[in-house]
Design a protein around this ligand. Structure first.
Ligand SMILES: CC(C)(COP(=O)(O)OP(=O)(O)OC[C@H]1O[C@@H](n2cnc3c(N)ncnc32)[C@H](O)[C@@H]1OP(=O)(O)O)[C@@H](O)C(=O)NCCC(=O)NCCS
Length: 175
């Protein structure tokens, strides 16, 4: 179920923590995300040892290539509301720069979306993305997400303000 054309999604392991720490501090990865303050590698390794177990309400999965099983990024789905049949795609990142722009991010979004609809029985997914994050917006659109709203000037980075787009995907719209 969690296998796509290019990637497989799997639970995160403590051994993934070092790569995630590097990605967390990579300005290319964090450019359009809400950044926290710097954390030490030791703190991140500790966090990796005590990661909460994934649930249908909140999960974070590693993205690895089908070919060669290389750990290249992560995706998170959460805030699941089974009464409304909705969850939030909270983040997706291809941390390994060698794999950005190669279709891996789009595939990961497609795989987690299909899992949400087919395995979790959800009806819709939603997400927030900075409107200027063209690569991410394009990846989401390719999977079928459409713009549903705009939070004007709600994201601030390097002294500038940007709009957030709210995007949504219905079960039957998944491409
Ligand atoms: C957003 C992200 C997950 C997309 O994954 P990806 O593997 O790089 O994207 P894909 O290769 O699947 O490409 C998506 C589309 O964007 C286009 N694209 C790629 N690089 C681009 C760029 N620099 N500018 C504009 N469009 C670009 C691609 O052409 C592709 O569309 P196409 O197939 O129609 O040509 C990845 O770039 C990333 O991790 N970015 C940093 C973290 C981030 O911003 N995450 C999203 C917010 S939480």
């Amino acid at each position: 179920m969690l296998t796509g054309a290019l990637v497989r999604l799997r639970a995160l392991e403590p051994a993934d923590s070092e790569a995630m720490w590097r990605w967390y501090h990579d300005p290319e990865v964090g450019r359009w995300m809400d950044a926290g303050p710097p954390i030490s590698l030791a703190q991140n390794m500790e966090k990796g040892q005590n990661r909460p177990r994934n649930t249908f309400e909140q999960m974070q999965l590693g993205i690895e290539t089908l070919e060669g099983q290389k750990f290249i990024g992560y995706v998170a789905l959460g805030d699941t509301d089974f009464v409304r049949g909705e969850a939030v795609l909270q983040s997706v990142a291809i941390g390994d720069p060698g794999y950005r722009g190669g279709g891996y991010g789009t595939d990961a979004v497609r795989v987690i979306s299909r899992y949400a609809f087919e395995e979790m029985g959800l009806h819709r997914l939603m997400l927030w993305v900075v409107a200027d994050n063209v690569r991410a917006v394009q990846a989401y659109k390719k999977v079928g997400f459409v713009e549903e709203g705009r939070r004007r000037e709600a994201f601030r980075a390097r002294g500038k303000r940007y709009d957030y787009l709210m995007m949504g995907l219905l079960e039957h719209e998944l491409k």
